[in-house]
Design a binder for this molecule. Structure first.
Ligand SMILES: Nc1ncnc2c1ncn2[C@@H]1O[C@H](COP(=O)(O)OP(=O)(O)OP(=O)(O)O)[C@@H](O)[C@H]1O
Length: 260
């Protein structure tokens, strides 16, 4: 089943964008600051009504009978999530099971434990969220989304606060989620992560769709040059690529890649 938008417009932010994401795949949405990535993701999450166009799930206009049903289908991690109460990590993660409150208690407990383990939060489970570092907090919020086990996982810059090891581990989790048949859609600034870990890449610029396709097509150096205004070069082998950005003066380049 696919999730996408058809001719979507949000005044001043997105214009006439159409894309289709597929379950079982990791889709990355890339683009410079202000390109409309977060706006697109929040529309896919059904949290923002477009001015024109439609959001489609399985080929039909996306409609849910209740907020609970939407939460069962769509797990969403915003770019700057807020935590309203100073609860413990374990309680925060367990909130991810609210959409499945009627599921057997054992099933909910397993989902919560899996999410806590997957995000390396065992040692922090009893800590109040106010005492966590930025990256620990980000992992706890991601665990809450994973605990829901929704049909679609939508995450806006999920790696932004994570160290290298936790970022690599989270990308492995996203891959596993896709292999379980879920749809995974990530806003990513790190183009090497998108190149190495996404199956499909959507590039936005100034509210418009520039290109979509396999990473090597959508993130080709001429596209990086025209969209990000950088002279860039891919190094290494497929799946382990690093992006070298040419400096303004011919001194040195720099490259960083995350490899499993
Ligand atoms: N609430 C809002 N009201 C008006 N304009 C907004 C609002 N939120 C975002 N915008 C504008 O819409 C455009 C797209 O914003 P969006 O947050 O979707 O971009 P983005 O691609 O996610 O950017 P970034 O990489 O900086 O997070 C930007 O020009 C932004 O300034």
């Amino acid at each position: 089943m696919s999730l996408g938008v058809e001719s979507l417009s949000v005044a001043g932010r997105l214009g006439d964008v159409s894309i289709l994401c597929r379950r079982g795949l990791v889709t990355a949405i890339c683009g410079p600051n202000g390109a409309g990535k977060s706006t697109l993701l929040s529309c896919l999450a059904d949290l923002q009504a477009p001015d024109a166009g439609r959001i489609v799930l399985g080929g039909r206009v996306m409609t849910f009978t209740s907020a609970r049903e939407r939460a069962q289908w769509i797990g969403y991690l915003p770019q700057s999530p807020e935590i309203a109460w100073d609860i413990s990590v374990e309680v925060l993660v367990s909130l991810g099971r609210l959409p499945w409150a009627e599921a057997p208690a054992g099933e909910n407990a397993v989902a919560i434990e899996d999410a806590i383990r997957d995000m390396d939060l065992e040692a922090l489970r009893h800590r109040p969220v106010s005492s966590l570092s930025g990256g620990e907090r980000a992992r706890a919020l991601m665990a809450r989304v994973l605990a829901t086990q929704p049909g679609w996982l939508l995450a806006d810059e999920p790696l932004a606060s994570l160290d290298l090891g936790h970022a690599a581990a989270l990308m492995r989790r996203f891959r596993q989620q896709a292999q379980k048949g879920r749809g995974v859609v990530l806003v990513l600034h790190d183009l090497a992560t998108a190149m190495n870990h996404a199956d499909y890449v959507v590039v936005l610029d100034r509210g418009a769709l520039v290109v979509e396709g396999p990473p090597e097509v959508a993130l080709a150096r001429d596209i990086i040059s025209s969209v990000w205004k950088c002279r860039a070069q891919w190094l290494g082998d497929p799946g382990e690529r690093a992006l070298s950005i040419a400096p303004p003066s011919p001194v040195t380049g720099s490259a960083l890649r995350i490899v499993d």
